[in-house]
Design a protein around this ligand. Structure first.
Ligand code: SAH
Ligand code: SF4
Length: 422
C-alpha cells in the first residue's frame, strides 16, 4: 500500500506531516512521490490565509479525476482546519482528522468510519517519533496551539490553546538527532517564548539544549515580541549553538494598527528589544512578518511600517496581504483596502527591504562564515549561513549536510556568494 502526502503552510505543518508519515508507515504504508499510484493521499492543510484554503479545493478537483481510474483511493485531510471548513471538507475527503488525533488513523482506516467516531488522544501527538524529511535539519515542535488571539489570526481556532511538550522528551529527541548527525535543530511553536514545563522556561530549555555535546546549530521560531524578553536575549548571547538569526514578527509599524491587531506592544517597545538584542549580539540577522492592508490601514499608517523597515534594516521579511478569516475579531471589520492597494504596499515594502538586505549583505564581503550545505547543482553548493542567509559556492566537493567555512566574495540582496576556505 502506498501513500502520497501534500503539505501546505509553515514549518509546524511540515513537522505535523512528518508525524502523519510516521503513523502511516507504522501501518506498513510506503511513501510515493507519484499521486497517481497512491492508495491513500494525506493533505496537511493551512488555514492562515484564504489562498491556502483555496489550494485544498484545487486538490479536491484533482482527486475527482484520479478517482475515475483509481476507485479505491482514500483521502485524508488534517493540519490547521477550522470548524466551519471541517463541515465542508467532510463531504470532500474520506476522512477529516484533527491533527491531535492522528494516531487514530489506523482505527479509522480499519473501520472506514468518519472522523466523528474518533476519540481524542490523551497523550500529545507531538511525541510521536516523526519520519524526518531531511537527514541533517530537523524540526522539533516544543509546543502547539496559541493563546494570543491576534485579531486577524485563525491559528487559536484551528490549533486551540497552548500546550507545551515535556522538556525531557524534547531533550531526548534532540540527543537522538544529534547522535544521528543532524546539524540544525529548529525549535517550533506559535510563540516559543511562552514555553513552560514545570520550572523549565524557554530560556532554560535553550540552555539545556545548548549543553548537549555535538556540532549542531539551534534555531527557533516564532517569537511574539510581547514575550521576547531579556532572559531570551541573554540565553541567545550565552549559548554558542544558537544561531545569530531571529524572526521577530512585528506585523505593523503603526501603533493604532497594532492595537487593532491585539498585539500588546508598541513600535517603540519593539524597537527597544531590537536595540538590546543588537547590543548583546552585534552580528544578529533579523527578519519579521508583516500584514499589509489590515482593515482601516491608511496610507499614513502604512508609511509608518515603511519607516520601521528603514530604521530596523531587516535582512528578510515575510510580507502578507491581509485576508479576512472567518471567526476572527478582525473579520468583523470592513476589509476596505483594495487588493491592488495591498499588492502595491507589499511591493513598496519589498523594495525597501531589498535595499537594507543588500546593504547588510555587503558587510559580509571578505568575511568568513559557516555554511550548512543543503543542496548541490551544476557543480555548485547551496546552503544557509549560520545567520540564515542563502549562499552559493562554486565547488561541489562537499556533501549535503556538512558544515563548512566559506569566504564571502559577492553580495546580492537575497543571497551571498562565496568560496571554500581550506
Ligand atoms: N505564530 C506566528 C505566526 C503564525 S501565522 C506569530 O505570531 O508570528 C504566520 C503569519 O501569517 C503571521 O505572522 C502573519 O503575518 C500572517 N497572517 C496571519 N493571519 C493572517 C491573515 N488573516 N491575513 C494575512 N496574513 C496573515
Ligand atoms: Fe496567530 Fe498571534 Fe497566535 Fe501568532 S501569536 S499564531 S499571529 S494568534
Amino acid at each position: 500500500m502506498k501513500y502520497h502526502i501534500i503539505v501546505f503552510g509553515c514549518q509546524m505543518n511540515i513537522a505535523d506531516a512528518e508525524r502523519v508519515s510516521a503513523v502511516l508507515e507504522s501501518m506498513k504504508y510506503t511513501q510515493t512521490a507519484n499521486i497517481n499510484e497512491a492508495d491513500l493521499v494525506a493533505v496537511v492543510m493551512c488555514s492562515v490565509r484564504k489562498s491556502a484554503v483555496d489550494r485544498v479545493f484545487g486538490i479536491v478537483e484533482k482527486f475527482k479525476e484520479i478517482k475515475k481510474k483509481n476507485h479505491g483511493l482514500k483521502t485524508i485531510l488534517t493540519g490547521c482546519v477550522i470548524k466551519k471548513d471541517k463541515k465542508i471538507f467532510l463531504n470532500l475527503f474520506d476522512y477529516v482528522i484533527d491533527i491531535k488525533d492522528i494516531k487514530n488513523i489506523s482505527k479509522l482506516l480499519g473501520n472506514c468510519g468518519s472522523s466523528r467516531k474518533s476519540g481524542p488522544q490523551t497523550d500529545n501527538y507531538l511525541d510521536i517519533t516523526p519520519k524526518h524529511s531531511s537527514k541533517f535539519s530537523a524540526t522539533v515542535p516544543i509546543m502547539t496551539g496559541c493563546n494570543n488571539f491576534c485579531s486577524y489570526c485563525v491559528v487559536p481556532y484551528a490549533r486551540e490553546r497552548e500546550i507545551s511538550r515535556s522538556s525531557s522528551k524534547i531533550i531526548s529527541e534532540i540527543k537522538n538527532l544529534v547522535k544521528n548527525n543532524y546539524r540544525e535543530i529548529w525549535l517550533l511553536g506559535q510563540n516559543v517564548n511562552s514555553y513552560k514545563d514545570g520550572k523549565t522556561s524557554f530560556p532554560a530549555l535553550l540552555k539545556i539544549i545548548n549543553n548537549i555535546p555535538g556540532n549542531f546549530w539551534i534555531r527557533f521560531t516564532s517569537s511574539h515580541p510581547k514575550d521576547f524578553n531579556s532572559d531570551v536575549i541573554e540565553a541567545m548571547a550565552k549559548c554558542e549553538k544558537i544561531t545569530p538569526y531571529l524572526n521577530l514578527p512585528i506585523q505593523s509599524g503603526d501603533n493604532k494598527i497594532l492595537e487593532l491587531m491585539n498585539r500588546h506592544y508598541t513600535v517603540q517597545e519593539y524597537k527597544n528589544k531590537i536595540k538590546e538584542l543588537r547590543k548583546k549580539i552585534p552580528d544578529i540577522c533579523l527578519s519579521t512578518d508583516i500584514i499589509v492592508g489590515f482593515p482601516g490601514e491608511t496610507k499614513k499608517q502604512f508609511n509608518n511600517t515603511v519607516q520601521l523597515f528603514k530604521d530596523t534594516k531587516y535582512d528578510m521579511a515575510y510580507i502578507n496581504k491581509y485576508s479576512p478569516r472567518f471567526g476572527t475579531a478582525a473579520a468583523k471589520l470592513k476589509d476596505d483596502v483594495t487588493w491592488d492597494e495591498k499588492k502595491r504596499r507589499e511591493k513598496v515594502l519589498n523594495e525597501t527591504l531589498k535595499q537594507t538586505a543588500l546593504e547588510n549583505n555587503k558587510k559580509y564581503i571578505g568575511k568568513i562564515v559557516e555554511v550548512l550545505i543543503d543542496s548541490k547543482k551544476d557543480g555548485r553548493l547551496f546552503g544557509k549561513t549560520k545567520e540564515y542567509k542563502t549562499i552559493e559556492i562554486n565547488n561541489d566537493k562537499y556533501q549535503i549536510g556538512e558544515i563548512i567555512k566559506a569566504k564571502i566574495t559577492e553580495a546580492l540582496a537575497w543571497s551571498l556568494r562565496g568560496k571554500i576556505i581550506k
